[in-house]
Ligand binder design. Structure first.
Ligand SMILES: CC(C)(COP(=O)(O)OP(=O)(O)OC[C@H]1O[C@@H](n2cnc3c(N)ncnc32)[C@H](O)[C@@H]1OP(=O)(O)O)[C@@H](O)C(=O)NCCC(=O)NCCS
Length: 153
């Protein structure tokens, strides 16, 4: 899957993104369209969608301010996984964050989320901290950092 399938998306697409989020995270965690629309209208926030063959199949929300960026969420529909969309979304988010002046990209992931951890490890993410029993299932959150100044990072 090439990065060419990744497009910017704004608050007007919040209902679509909420549906994708519910599919990817259900039943544990849902973000409503209103919350996503609000996030995308805040300064420094941006959205990216993966739409291979014009079928929205995943998205990522990011935020960049004061030289640092954060992944707010990333999700790929269950039936579209392991096709490179998550990696393409992350690479596009990293490029957009760097374009907005960020040197570091931070994200949180459950230590129990093996697929997401493998995705981030492949992009050079390093553990920067840990929040004990952060998630509802009692798992720790790992705080990861990706150095955006490293070529190919
Ligand atoms: C995490 C997620 C976004 C990955 O999306 P994806 O499109 O399937 O990821 P990709 O196909 O781009 O995979 C990229 C790499 O990540 C790793 N990876 C992804 N899924 C994996 C899995 N189930 N098992 C092991 N490694 C996995 C692999 O290294 C993979 O590279 P490879 O396919 O060349 O081996 C997707 O599984 C998802 O939406 N999960 C539910 C929501 C979620 O957990 N979001 C992250 C919250 S922090």
């Amino acid at each position: 899957m090439s990065d060419a399938a990744i497009l910017p998306i704004g608050a007007e697409a919040a209902p679509l993104l909420a549906a994708l989020h519910a599919e990817a995270f259900a039943p544990t965690d849902r973000w409503g369209a209103e919350a996503i629309g609000l996030l995308l209208s805040l300064p420094g926030h941006f959205g990216l969608v993966a739409a291979p063959g014009d079928a929205p199949s995943g998205f990522a929300l990011g935020r960049a301010a004061a030289g640092e960026a954060e992944v707010l969420t990333i999700a790929v529909r269950p039936d579209a996984r392991r096709a490179g969309l998550g990696r393409a979304l992350m690479r596009a988010l990293m490029a957009e964050a760097a374009r907005r002046g960020a040197a570091d990209l931070f994200l949180e992931v459950s230590e129990a989320n093996a697929s997401a951890r493998a995705l981030y490890a492949g992009l050079g993410a390093a553990e920067a901290g840990r929040r004990r029993r952060y998630y509802a299932d009692g798992s720790d959150a790992l705080v990861l950092r990706i150095d955006l100044t490293r070529p190919g990072g």
